[in-house]
Design a protein around this ligand. Structure first.
Ligand SMILES: [Ca+2]
Ligand SMILES: [Ca+2]
Ligand SMILES: [Ca+2]
Length: 427
């Protein structure tokens, strides 16, 4: 099986990694530790050799050399004696030779140490590389293992499917055999039916003739049914119309009843209103009589000095000049206000209070809303006497009204409220 082959490969891979250079234990511990230990031992040996050579030099060679120098400097007889001693000279030469050899060896060992250090670094680098390779191979091995598990599962599922299909195939084979037997039986039956078919064909022709006559009869019935359906729909429509008219009749009866009650209420209200109207007419006549009496009394009264009487009002024309606001204050101080012109007769009278060409402030302003002229008591202007082209709000600041005496009736102009000019009061 494929899965077993993959497992064998994995085992082989594991054996290879366990027995070769890429074994994890070798990579992780043995190689670096062995190299370090060997290097340490080598360094210790070298150090011991050096120390031995130094000790040998200090203990043996240096005293001999010192003695030779001393003999040479202070005792010529002894020096001559020593110089003649060939043994000592040879020993000295031998020692010097040994010393040179030891120095040479020390240099060689130092070079070897450097080479070993270089080798150690190379090995450490290779170890890191091998660790990386090992990690990658371990990951790949885990992936292979997962793939093997998946393939094993798929194989089991395929086996199970194969068994089911096998059972189905056996069942189908059995069904096929049974159907084959049925087919043989049916073939025999078909032959019998073939004979019967010829007989039935003859009968069918007879029936076809009968069917034609029946279809003609059925078409007549369909026509009758269609007429019946149309009549039924018309009856339903008339029924709905009848119901709707009944509903309208009920609503109209309700409305008629309400209107009848409302008519009674209105009749009652009309009677009351007529009675109240009669009372109000009586009251109005009494009040009119009182007003006439009061007007007669007022007409009999005179205005104070300096004021002119017209109708039921008294008028004052100033001799000095002030702006519109100060002019109005002056009128209010006299218990009056700037004149309000209510009629054409009053317009003509006020105009007559001025000399020809004179002008004077009247109680007219549009300071609250531009273009909306009102009298000082808040009432709007109903009949106006503006000059042609006025009011023009010239220089966008003409909000106060004045009367200009330039005709028998005079007319109005809008002017800047700050202008000083005469004014006319009314009370
Ligand atoms: Ca007036
Ligand atoms: Ca204005
Ligand atoms: Ca103007």
């Amino acid at each position: 099986m494929d899965s077993l082959e993959i497992d064998d490969n994995v085992s082989g891979f594991e054996n290879l990694t366990m027995t070769r250079l890429i074994t994890p234990d070798f990579q992780r511990s043995q190689t670096p530790r062995s190299a370090v230990v060997c290097l340490g031992l080598l360094c210790a040996v070298l150090l011991a050799g050096n120390i031995g050579q130094i000790v040998n030099y200090e203990l043996k060679i240096r005293p001999v050399l010192a003695d030779l120098n001393q003999v040479h400097r202070h005792t010529p007889q002894q020096a001559q004696h020593f110089l003649q001693n060939d043994t000592l000279n040879k020993e000295k030469d031998q020692l010097k030779t040994n010393l040179d050899a030891l120095v040479t060896r020390l240099n060689n060992l130092t070079k070897e140490k450097d080479q070993l250090l270089t080798s150690y670094k190379t090995l450490a680098k290779e170890k890191e590389d091998l660790e990386s390779v090992h990690l990658a191979l371990t990951t790949e091995r885990n992936e292979f293992k997962a793939s093997v598990n998946n393939l094993t599962d798929e194989k089991d599922q395929l086996k199970e499917s194969y068994n089911i299909l096998k059972q189905t195939s056996d069942q189908l084979q059995m069904s096929y055999d049974a159907l084959q037997a049925d087919h043989n039986v049916l073939t025999e039956s078909k032959d019998e039916l073939q004979n019967n078919y010829a007989t039935l064909q003859t009968e069918k022709d007879e029936l076809q003739t009968r069917l034609s006559s029946v279809e003609a009869h059925r078409n007549q019935l369909r026509l009758l049914l269609s007429n019946y359906t149309a009549l039924r729909r018309e009856k339903d429509r008339l029924q709905r119309q009848f119901d709707y008219l009944n509903l309208r009749r009920d609503l109209l009866e309700t409305s008629y009843s309400s209107l009848f009650k409302a008519k009674d209420r209105l009749q009652y209200d009309l009677t009351n209103t007529q009675r109240r109207n009669q009372q109000l007419q009586t009251s109005r006549d009494q009040l009119q009589k009182m007003v006439n009496e009061m007007e007669a009394k007022i007409r009999g009264m005179n205005c104070q000095m300096g004021w002119r009487k017209f109708g039921m009002s008294c008028y004052f024309t100033s001799g000095s000049k002030k702006n519109w606001t100060e002019s109005r204050k002056a009128c209010i101080a006299e218990g009056s206000d700037l004149v309000i012109i209510n009629t054409g007769d009053e317009q003509a009278f006020v105009n007559s209070l001025l000399n020809s060409g004179e002008n004077a402030w009247i109680g007219l302003t549009d300071s609250l809303t531009e273009g909306e002229w009102k009298w000082v008591d808040g009432t709007p202007v109903t009949t106006a006497y503006w000059q042609p082209g006025q009011p023009n709000n010239k220089f966008v600041e003409q909000d106060c009204g004045e009367i200009v005496q330039n005709s028998p009736v005079g007319d109005w102009n809008d002017d800047g409220c700050f202008a000083d000019q005469k004014w006319i009061c009314e009370k």
